[in-house]
Design a protein around this ligand. Structure first.
Ligand code: ADP
Ligand code: ZN
Length: 734
């Protein structure tokens, strides 16, 4: 304990970050949050899944005297975290019911000896009277540096995961008011945030809210048809890595996982019908990369921390937008590109509507219907999916995200006025006494017995709609309902009724435009994260490094991502480090990982380079990763050079930010430094030449000293980022 480092042992927080976790830069508000925590202030951290919340309490815990107590709701979650921390050489442990008495004793002893920096506990243990003596003893001997409350939304009845045990946590502030508390959650709703603050009795907490936009996730909605299973199979085959498939029922889960296995995909089911042990085993197989796909009901998800899930597919309709955000959010926590797909069909809508009608409480039914409508709106919409999701959380987003189906492959509006007239007149001929399916049957000339009995085959609209499929007619009907050009009774029978709008359409007073799903089979998106930007040799090397990682992980019984994240392996494949200095410049390589894995990985890389005739990177100082004699290069850091390498490969700045899991602002700082050191940067790719000209002129006029002054000169249509880039170029030339 005496030799444990403190904040004074490091020249900067960044140095501590690299030492313990191997990362070069902080993300989002991590730095500000950590600074605040180190001042012993209460903090409320709201960050989307994968944002990097854990680091916010872990790093301060390592830089302060005493132990930080982390409250975490699930045993699996704690075990995961502790495993990852230990692999970074950090003294962490947990106490829970899975331990024997002897193990518990040994851990308590280590705690009191000051050998532990982070202790993970479930809330019920922390609050149980039998635990308090140990807590007090800890406080009096080694000291408690902070309480961190993970998944803090569990304290709120308004959240979707309320846990009564969390309610007791208010006593922490009563009993030990001097100990700072950090509460962390990914919950997006304001109501829950307020509740957390109040329930935990936080003292003037500083609240940090990161945006909820998950830039690395690609969203898409596909129509559900009879071929959906084949499409699912194709989706899984065409993307690498692990994935989750969500279904509404256990039956569907079993069916899909069975079929996938038959089709050669390694898949396991997960639902509440399996016993706890089977569930635990299936989950573990997934986390360890022994099985690629988990097919699950919504019972699966919370409590898994797997950062490298590459796709989440909703085979059936999500329940609410919020639950969709959370479930799809389990993809790409590591910041690498990942795909989120929903298969949307009206059959599911009918199923969900039926389930809703079975609810006993009317108020509940109303809320559920409204939530369903939001989901349908999301699925049917032709505008940016991200914009819809974020606006649901009160975050304004301009749209045009370039990473959803609607933005990449816009659905054209089609004039369906004539079809709408046919449909509405058929509703009228059927005397406004039937629902959608019957109307479509009449239009398509069905020979159904009931229809013939009613004599509807003699209506003038009978058989006039055979030129469109059932699905297309349904889309039209839904769209008419949406646009309020048609009404539907809400008595559970959904009888179609004409309204004022319908008559305007029938009288040819207004046209009807609808978005018809007829997307081209392949969209431009569908990210193959690992293969992008890697050459053939690099991809081969990546494959070998993956196998090595898997072997090392199995030897230690840990999941592969605990050894290294995908992004670290990719960087290795690209930079080919064979010396310890070059290896330690890889993001994710801290002190401990270098000691533990440096040699095996660099050897593997060296062998690969020899057998493939490639030049390895044998840099002997971690500040240079290439042997280029370029002047000024010595002042550049490895992270800046990585940015440079990606720029030269043609990535845009935001792609580099996503690729590296860093803020755009950080990447721009790198580029500024690169230009200052005369590295080749293609400014035309970063700022269009037409915009460069006025910025150069403004700098000539008011000088380069103050960004503010330059911006004032240019006006609000110019943003600081582009000004910074052009200024850096100007300065490098003067
Ligand atoms: P959350 O709890 O917010 O969902 P995690 O704490 O699990 O997110 O972090 C998600 C991933 O991001 C982890 O793999 C973590 O190691 C990584 N990460 C966190 N902070 C950084 C950083 N500053 N640089 C690079 N990777 C980071
Ligand atoms: Zn979009």
């Amino acid at each position: 304990m005496a030799s444990a480092p403190t904040i004074a042992s490091f020249p900067s927080l960044e140095a501590a970050l690299k030492h313990f976790f191997g990362y070069d830069d902080f993300r989002y508000y991590q730095r500000a949050i950590i600074e605040q925590a180190l001042k012993n202030q209460d903090v409320l951290v709201i960050m989307p899944t994968g944002g990097g919340k854990s680091l916010c309490y872990q790093l301060p815990a390592l830089l302060r005297l005493g132990v930080t107590i982390v409250v975490s709701p699930l045993i699996a979650l704690m075990q995961d975290q502790v495993r990852s921390l230990k692999d970074n050489g950090i003294a962490a442990t947990f106490l829970n019911s899975s331990l024997t008495l002897d193990e518990t004793r040994a851990r308590e002893k280590a705690l009191l000896a000051g050998d532990i920096k982070l202790l993970y506990l479930a809330p019920e243990r922390l609050m149980s009277p039998s635990f308090w003596p140990l807590l007090e003893q800890l406080q009096q001997t080694v000291g408690i540096s902070a309480f961190a409350i993970d998944e803090a939304h569990c304290v709120s009845e308004w959240g979707h995961d309320f846990r009564p045990e969390y309610r007791q946590l208010f006593q922490l502030k009563q009993q030990m008011p001097q100990i700072p508390v950090m509460a962390l959650t990914a919950t997006a709703t304001e109501r829950v945030r307020q509740d957390i603050s109040q329930q935990l009795r936080l003292k003037d907490p500083e609240v940090f809210v990161s945006g909820f936009n998950r830039q690395n996730l690609h969203y898409e909605v596909k129509p559900k048809t009879k071929q959906t299973y084949d499409e699912l199979l194709k989706l899984i085959k065409q993307q690498p890595g692990s994935g989750i498939i969500y279904c509404l029922s256990r039956k569907r889960v079993n069916e899909i996982s069975f079929r996938l296995k038959q089709d050669g995909i390694s898949a396991l089911p997960y639902h509440a019908g399996l016993n706890a042990q089977e569930r635990q085993e299936n989950q573990e197989q997934f986390i360890r990369d022994n099985v690629r796909v988990i097919v699950a009901t919504i019972a699966f998800g919370m409590g898994i921390n797997k950062p490298d899930v590459r796709f989440v597919i909703h085979y059936d309709l999500p329940r609410t937008i919020e639950s969709y955000y959370q479930e799809s959010g389990r993809a790409g926590r590591d910041g690498d590109p990942a795909n989120c797909t929903v298969f949307f069909g009206y059959g599911d809508v009918a199923t969900v509507e039926f389930l809703i009608s079975q609810k006993p409480d009317e108020q509940e039914q109303r809320i559920a219907r409204q939530q369903l409508r939001h989901v349908i709106n999301y699925a049917e919409s032709a505008i940016c999916r991200r914009k819809i999701q974020l606006s649901y959380f009160g975050e304004s987003f301009p749209g045009d995200c370039k990473n959803c189906d609607n933005c990449l492959n816009p659905v054209p509006l089609e004039d369906w006025t004539i079809e709408a007239q046919k449909f509405l007149s058929c509703v009228a001929r059927c005397q406004e006494r039937f629902g959608m399916n019957h109307i479509i049957d009449v239009l398509r000339g069905s020979k159904r017995k009931r229809l013939l009995e009613l004599g509807h085959d003699r209506l003038s609209t009978y058989g006039i709609g055979q030129d469109h499929s059932v699905d297309e007619w349904r889309q039209l009907c839904r769209s008419l309902l949406h646009q309020e050009l048609l009404s539907e009774t809400t008595d559970g029978y959904s009888v179609l009724k004409l309204n004022g709008g319908s008559w305007q359409v029938l009288k040819k007073q207004i046209p009807v435009n609808i978005h018809v799903f007829k997307r081209a089979e392949t969209t431009k998106a569908s990210v193959k994260s690992d293969e992008i930007q890697l050459s053939g040799d690099e991809t081969l090397l990546l494959g070998q490094l993956r196998s090595l990682r898997k072997r090392l992980a199995d030897e230690q019984s840990v999941p592969p991502y605990v050894v290294f994240a995908d992004a670290s392996l990719r960087q290795m494949a690209r930079q080919r480090p064979i010396t310890s200095d070059a290896f330690s410049a890889i993001s994710g390589v801290g002190k401990r990982k270098l000691e533990q894995y440096g040699q095996v990985f660099t050897q593997e890389i060296q062998q690969f380079c020899q057998s493939h005739n490639l030049t390895p990177n044998a840099a002997s100082s971690s500040t240079t990763t290439s042997s280029s004699p370029n002047s000024g290069a010595n002042e550049l850091t490895a992270t800046q050079l990585s940015t440079h390498a990606l720029h030269q490969q043609g990535l845009s700045l935001s792609e580099i930010a996503i690729e590296r899991g860093l803020r755009l602002g950080t990447i721009i700082e790198h580029v500024e430094r690169l230009m200052a050191s005369d590295r080749k940067v293609d400014l035309n790719r970063l700022v269009s030449p037409e915009r460069q000209v006025p910025i150069f002129e403004a700098i000539e006029k008011v000088g380069s000293h103050s960004l503010r002054t330059i911006r004032d000169e240019l006006g609000e249509t110019f943003d600081y980022n582009e000004i910074r880039l052009v200024r850096a170029m100007w300065e490098s030339q003067h």
